[in-house]
Write a protein that binds this ligand. Sequence first.
Ligand code: NAP
Ligand code: ZN
Length: 352
Amino acid sequence: MYKTKAYSAAGATSPLAFTAIPRREPTERDVQIEILFCGICHSDLHQVRNEWSGIMPTVYPIVPGHEIVGRVTKVGSAVTKYQPGDLAAVGCLVDSDGTCPQCKANLEQLCPNMTFTFNSPDKHLGGVTYGGYSDSIVVDEHFVLRVPSNLHLAGAAPLLCAGITTYSPMRRWGVTKAKKVGVAGLGGLGHMGVKFARAFGAHVVVLTTSPNKKEDALRLGADEVVVSRNADEMRKHAGGFDFILDTISAQHDINAYLNLLAHDGTLTIVGAPEKPMPVSAFSLLMGRRNLSGSLIGGIAETQEMLDFCGKHNITADVEVIPIQKVNEAYERLLKGDVKYRFSIDMASLKSE
Ligand code: NAP
Ligand code: ZN
């Protein structure tokens, strides 16, 4: 075991602050990574503030962060894919049982025994896992990803969660040329959803509560922008969408979005608001519509997504911040004041 620098929160109302946390010495299957950038996902904020207490209560202290890119510093003797000096990335998962049907189908994110990068029981050290707001991390080789060398690292970090979470359901539900696709919520996930839907050749419509994001939405690749609080604008698109990706982080009327689907259309929820949201039966049975959910993606699909991004030169639009600004960044995230992802430059942790 060794100690590494990190930022943690001591409770649901405490700010994140400097600390030192334990990491295991790499075992023979492990890769040790010096973290260079870590994105700030809204899930970090939900969990720091224990907003998912009913589903996965937060164990304090919490070290969030699951959009990690860095450089390999050490590898175990059985590691074959990485060597010191390589660029490497880690997303939301660091372990799974490897034997269940989901693992065998490359769906590690659905494994009943999977380990999230933070706030999951730590099989090696006890306690819970600690995430990427830290100097280094030690991860089983199977859960380490390769970063295409042409991507800028600060913008590549968010691909590890915001990227795969939007790429995976669009692949699953056949977002392709000539499909009309809505992206609800233009935040970290939403702006990646727009980039992917565009790259897949779809007709992309952003559904936003923020009229001031209109120009950005078009620049990011949207064909049209609808202000979702304007009932007239929404009505014009009723029954028109093949697919809608709902990335909204707070309570909202999901029926207003379901009613935009064409018959047999699908709305996939990836946003994870704190409280349940009522669904009218009529929103689904009229038009035989589908309502589904999606959780990040498996390791093979995450690598596929990264390679796709390398080929198409896709990264997140980021505002790079030092870790000392993380609490301010959380407040801004809540106000929708980020274009469109914060990425923490982890070099700033070295001065603490
Ligand atoms: P984010 O950057 O804060 O974006 C959320 C967006 O939702 C905002 O930019 C805003 O877009 C919209 N929004 C916020 N409050 C709203 C309200 N009251 N009504 C309607 N729209 C509202 O967050 P993120 O990092 O993209 O994450 C989004 C959600 O996905 C979070 O709940 C997060 O926990 C979840 N998540 C899920 C997975 C998964 O695997 N399923 C993975 C990662 C994250 P506009 O300004 O455009 O309206
Ligand atoms: Zn995330």
